[in-house]
Ligand binder design. Sequence first.
Ligand code: HEC
Length: 110
Amino acid sequence: MKYVATFTITVVTFLVLSGNALAGGDAKAGKATYDSKCKMCHGPDGKGNASLAKTMTTLPDLTAEKTQSKKDAELKKQIVEGSGKMKPVKGLSEQNLTDVVAFIRSLAKA
Ligand code: HEC
């Protein structure tokens, strides 16, 4: 009986983990995070908030090749650790990060 329970938990854990890996993040869920934590600087379409761009001259276009060519892990690192004029964004779970990266990827395809 104990063996069956352990086996079931292993299978379920595997399915959940592999399911996440295959889905590669939920862009829809990522949009919610983006709207509340990123949009004020990066703009609704990732190209940068026009009125901020005057003072934040390094504001990148997130849909550009320069950003899109980075690996998911690099983008996540940039988001949680910050760089240059962008401060680290706090309070995001690993799932939030995966989703927000998926959303950034979806902007480039739009
Ligand atoms: C206060 C304004 C501000 C906020 C809020 C902000 N960013 Fe940024 N972000 C910047 C600026 C400015 C840069 C350029 C940093 C530099 O190199 O000077 C940047 C850079 C980036 C980059 C790197 C782009 C590249 O290829 O160099 C990514 C990815 C990014 N931001 C994603 C996000 C995400 C996702 C969020 C929300 C979770 C977010 N940012 C919130 C201002 C902001």
